[in-house]
Design a protein around this ligand. Structure first.
Ligand code: CA
Length: 252
């Protein structure tokens, strides 16, 4: 029996609507409608089944078969949750989880019902695990539960805004003039750092250190390229101003 598809929730942001009665936080059904799940599974039959169930529940699914590809997709898209198989060719699920550094809520798929794997998975930053064979319906329920839990634990100051721009740190979402924009992981971190220091001039070296994690004075061209991409995606270049000879400033 198929469950009825949830109605597409209307997206209303506080910035775009003056009615104070409309809640800022939207419900779990809405989360499911917009969340992007990164599925990392090398077994075609399992991958196809899981993708079908998640898509039927309104999730957008990016499916990759190797750990190395997962890391690429994590950089490229704002991923809400990762469903990660432990047994992968090449880099295994534990290594992917470590490299992802706890940035994305993760549910691990383990082939064996072994305590050691579960403990290692949870210690490695996974939010939950499912043992194979599993029912796709159960996995979908767990995906929703983890997203709900993350939503519930978002701090009151989760959102930072600047003029028409709203950024959710926890959901890693960016909205401008009421429409959502998809940024890469790096572009998101760059934007967030500028917003957290809004009004102040942030040097290229500081951005390199804080966003890229290294200090290398010769590499500031990387920052310039990413700022240019970010401005293009935002469509409002005036929000990130260039301060000649120093760096950038977020200003509304
Ligand atoms: Ca596998």
């Amino acid at each position: 029996m198929m469950a009825a598809a949830p109605k597409r929730a209307l997206r209303i942001r506080s910035g775009a609507c003056k009615d104070a009665a409309i809640p800022r936080r939207l419900d779990v059904r809405w989360v499911a409608m917009t969340a992007t799940v990164l599925l990392v599974e090398d077994e075609p039959s399992i991958g196809m089944l899981v993708r079908r169930y998640l898509e039927r529940d309104g999730f957008r699914v990016i499916w990759v078969r190797a750990g190395e590809d997962a890391l690429v997709e994590l950089e490229r898209h704002a991923i809400s949750l990762m469903v990660l198989d432990i047994g992968l060719p090449g880099m295994d699920g534990f290594a992917v989880s470590r490299r992802a550094g706890g940035r994305v809520p993760t549910i691990m798929l383990t082939a064996r019902d072994e305590e050691a794997d579960r403990v290692a998975g949870l210690e490695g930053g996974a939010d939950d695990y499912v043992t194979k064979p599993f029912s796709p319906r159960e996995l979908t329920a767990r995906v929703k539960a983890v997203l709900r839990r993350n939503e519930a634990t978002l701090p009151a100051d989760d959102e930072v805004s600047l003029g028409p721009l709203i950024v959710s740190r926890g959901r890693r979402e960016v909205w401008i003039d009421g429409r959502e924009i998809e940024l890469t992981q790096r572009e998101f971190d760059l934007l967030l750092h500028l917003l957290e220091r809004r009004g102040a001039v942030v040097s290229r070296d500081e951005l390199l250190e804080r966003v890229w994690g290294f200090l290398s004075p010769g590499e500031t061209r990387t920052v310039e390229v990413h700022v240019a991409q970010l401005r293009k995606k935002l469509g409002r270049p005036e929000l990130i101003r260039t301060v000649r000879g120093i760096g950038y400033k977020a200003a509304g």
